[in-house]
Design a protein around this ligand. Structure first.
Ligand code: DX5
Ligand code: ZN
Length: 224
């Protein structure tokens, strides 16, 4: 089943608890938390205290996307704070295999992220060790950008590699996904779809999430 991971980056932080309850009632099973350090990406967002507070108020899976330099420094803190999934950027890790193993050794799912300009073959030698691969469909740092179409070809390519090598990591996509392009994104082969402004940028996040789930169901019907 394809999952939606609502990105809280576009949420109203003054009403975060309420907005999370809304997406949960709309069928969300996880939340995407964008951690930006103002160095790896040109923006600063949220960190450990937000993850701790979320953990205390929700049982949704917490999917933490670290857009930071030296992510290994922060991984144990995010695990401690209650993350269930942690992804790190290939471009930010000098020793990617070590970073992935660190995450896994702490008992959470490990993901590796590729920026739009990084080719999928950069992951050839780490795929056996990852739980998921996140293909960025925008340049990271901001919500509300337009999906870059060439990144869907990367999704198709990594899916083919997964089949060829009989692996079972999940494929996540992040950036610019909306109600209109969701079917194409899913048909390319994504298992987890991150979406921020298309949910929290609306007046009714619950309805937006439900609409997305309906589109996913229809897309699945077309496939069979
Ligand atoms: C971008 C972030 C995304 C962002 C997605 O750097 O990684 O998770 O919140 O937002 P939308 O769906 O608005 O592109
Ligand atoms: Zn993200």
């Amino acid at each position: 089943m394809v999952e939606i991971s609502p990105s809280i980056l576009s949420a109203d932080f003054a009403r975060l608890g309420e907005q999370i309850a809304a997406v949960k009632s709309g069928g969300a099973t996880m939340l995407h938390i964008d951690v930006m350090d103002g160095r790896f990406v040109p923006n600063i967002s949220v960190g450990l205290p937000v993850v701790q507070s979320l953990r205390a108020t929700t049982d949704l899976l917490l999917d933490c996307h670290l857009m930071t330099e030296e992510p290994d420094r922060y991984v144990p803190g995010f695990v401690e704070a209650g993350a269930n999934m942690i992804s790190v950027h290939e471009e930010a890790c000098s020793h990617l295999d070590r970073s992935v193993n660190l995450i896994r050794s702490l008992g959470v799912e490990a993901g590796v992220v590729l920026n739009p300009a990084t080719p999928v073959h950069a992951l050839d030698d780490v795929l056996e060790a990852v739980d998921f691969v996140l293909i960025m469909s925008v340049n990271p740092g901001f919500g509300g950008q337009k999906l870059l179409p060439h990144t869907l070809e990367k999704v198709r390519r990594i899916k083919r590699t997964r089949e060829d090598r009989q692996l079972d990591f999940r494929i996540q996509i992040d950036g610019g996904v909306n109600l209109t392009n969701l079917p194409v994104v899913v048909e390319a082969g994504c298992d987890i779809v991150v979406t921020g402004s298309a949910i929290f940028g609306t007046d009714d996040p619950r309805a937006a999430l439900k609409n997305m789930r309906r589109i996913l169901d229809e897309t699945r019907l077309v496939e069979v």
